[in-house]
Design a protein around this ligand. Sequence first.
Ligand SMILES: Cc1cc2nc3c(=O)[nH]c(=O)nc-3n(C[C@H](O)[C@H](O)[C@H](O)COP(=O)(O)O)c2cc1C
Length: 183
Amino acid sequence: MSKLKVAVIVGSNRRESVNRKLAEALVKLIGDRVESRFIQIDDLPMYNHDLEHSRPETVARFTQEVVASDALLFVTPEHNRSIPAVLKNAIDWGSKPMDHNVWKGKVVAITGTSPSAIGTAVGQQHLRQILGILGSLVMGGEAYISFKPDLINEDGEIANEGTHAFLQAYLDAFLALAAKLGA
Ligand SMILES: Cc1cc2nc3c(=O)[nH]c(=O)nc-3n(C[C@H](O)[C@H](O)[C@H](O)COP(=O)(O)O)c2cc1C
């Protein structure tokens, strides 16, 4: 049997993104139980309905990669108590045209980190709402990670034992749900 395909979408276009570092650490925690890949979103043009008659090549690549995935892990910062524009833009492209909405039926887990004490909680709620409306099967539970400089060690792994165990359990639940519903 072929492995489940899990795609990771990072909601930041910042070169030194802490969410990308977190996402890379999470892929390590997932290990080789599934096929993991990152899907790029920072090369997509701003959504414009006028481009629908001939979708840009980057958009076609992006939507194909989402369609080819059994499950999606979003790792995102919070911008002004919502999701970053770069992520909303990618979701908008994937949602249109309505009969080709790539988010529908996808098993999704959400996490993210920011220096705030409530580490992306409000942004994640917005993302949960948007993806729910688009028909994704968003896993229950919460994974708000307050960013500290020592969150990730030099080997790119979650340093804190408690956070490591918490995120391992969160990912295990995600993979179990994806195995049940995703393929
Ligand atoms: C436009 C903007 C808005 C932000 N708003 C929030 C916010 O609402 N809540 C929060 O916790 N952090 C906020 N931040 C701080 C980010 O969490 C911080 O820059 C974080 O490092 C972003 O993650 P990244 O490194 O993965 O891009 C904001 C940053 C920017 C640039």
